[in-house]
Design a protein around this ligand. Structure first.
Ligand SMILES: CC(C)(COP(=O)(O)OP(=O)(O)OC[C@H]1O[C@@H](n2cnc3c(N)ncnc32)[C@H](O)[C@@H]1OP(=O)(O)O)[C@@H](O)C(=O)NCCC(=O)NCCS
Length: 268
């Protein structure tokens, strides 16, 4: 598994909604630090403000600064969501979630999603959606296995090729995560109970080397080949009525999507 040793932050972290302009500015700065986008790809401060005023939300995680005399807190994670509408139903679209590098892999990403869920449920939303790069093994694992989201839609090159090095110059293909927040399936996952059983009808693999392949020009063609092959397999599986319902990692860090038939009754 990749990533820095997690910093233990439990107890010192305050997670809360952001409403003040300074909080929005801190989220904007963390966005820049995490994605390293060029100016044209950055979500501006004013969109953070708008999101918080029109039924979306901006959530921040804060820790005390290392200099104890300083009252101000340091923002170490944020989530940004906007309201959406499909077939006459409102849902929350979570556009960004970021945890500062040195605070990753300690469960903060999951805690942020749980806070988002609490806020969304309190305001009457049943569905939260977000998109994620199916080549990002860690994100897929977090979304499907640790949160209980499902996926049954695939968007090809959603944002065009972006300036973020996280994307490695590849087309921005995205899976749409659907998080049916009140469902038994999600509730069971969140208490680490038994998972809803399903017959696995297809498997789609992502090799652990994908991060290295994306990062360097000489191997980028290998990453592109995996993306192209998996894109076709997702599109075919979704056309056949299958959905991503599970995710596995092995000891070497390879990822595997597990697809089966989604039962609409599982939304409740
Ligand atoms: C995605 C992100 C928000 C997750 O935050 P986080 O605090 O590290 O997440 P968590 O610690 O709650 O959960 C991550 C899980 O993935 C696991 N993980 C870590 N590295 C992994 C890897 N390379 N492959 C597979 N799983 C991995 C962690 O161990 C943890 O699972 P565990 O609790 O069973 O050990 C963070 O990595 C980030 O900011 N990434 C950059 C921005 C981004 O991609 N945002 C999401 C799309 S908008």
């Amino acid at each position: 598994m990749t990533g820095a040793t997690p910093r233990t932050v439990t107890g010192r972290v305050t997670i809360r909604k952001c409403e003040a302009l300074e909080d929005m500015q801190a989220c904007f700065a963390l966005q820049k630090e995490v994605w390293k986008f060029s100016d044209a790809d950055l979500v501006p401060v004013r969109m953070f403000v708008v999101a918080s005023k029109i039924g979306g939300h901006v959530i921040g995680a804060f820790v005390p600064r290392e200099d104890e005399r300083c009252e101000e807190k340091e923002l170490i994670a944020f989530a940004l969501a906007i309201p959406g509408m499909r077939n006459g139903h409102c849902y929350l679209h979570s556009h960004m979630l970021a945890v500062r590098q040195r605070y990753r892999n300690g469960g903060l990403g999951r805690r942020m999603k749980l806070y988002q869920r609490e806020d969304a449920l309190a305001r009457g939303f049943e569905l939260m959606e977000w998109t994620f790069d199916p080549l990002e093994i860690k994100n897929a694992y977090l979304n499907i296995e640790k949160l209980g989201a499902i996926a049954r839609r695939y968007n090809v090159n959603q944002y065009g090729v972006t300036s973020s090095p996280l994307q490695g110059g590849l087309p921005t293909d995205r899976l749409v995560a659907e998080w049916w927040m009140k469902s038994k399936r999600v509730e069971m996952v969140l208490v680490d109970g038994p998972r809803a059983k399903f017959e696995c009808r297809a498997r789609i693999d992502v090799p652990a080397e994908i991060y290295e392949w994306k990062a360097a020009a000489p191997t980028r063609a290998q990453a592109l080949a995996v993306q192209g092959n998996n894109r076709q397999r997702f599109q075919q599986a979704f056309a056949d009525g299958l959905s991503v319902l599970g995710y596995e990692r092995d000891g070497r860090g390879n990822g595997r999507f597990l697809l089966g038939e989604w039962d609409e009754g599982w939304r409740y």
